[in-house]
Design a protein around this ligand. Sequence first.
Ligand code: AMP
Length: 114
Amino acid sequence: MNTHCLFCKIIAGEIPVDKLYEDDDVLAFRDIAPQAPVHFLVIPKKHIAGPAFLEAEDEQLVGRMMRTGARLAADLGLVDGFRLVFNNGEGAGQTVFHIHLHILGGRQFHWPPG
Ligand code: AMP
């Protein structure tokens, strides 16, 4: 746990969230500022500052994040598709420096993203 990290505080239960799923390794909750009708985040309980800080031992954990996101997307009825996003670094729009997978759905998405 990083005591200055917002998402570590959420994992510790210090900040309430609209939780969708939790196990020993990951937590999924709805984004507080949704950018689509469905927008939630999947985060690891291990503090990792972002994708650029992943180590070899984290590869299985990232797979767990992806599978959890895809399963929840199906549970939430996102049958037409969904967008998965990892922002890395301020230039890419990362604002919380605890790695997180955005899952967005329920509207049409465009490419390239903004
Ligand atoms: P990023 O910009 O990729 O770092 O994404 C961080 C995301 O965390 C943003 O989409 C925020 O809306 C979301 N967020 C920040 N604080 C909270 C919170 N307390 N509960 C849920 N989502 C949050």
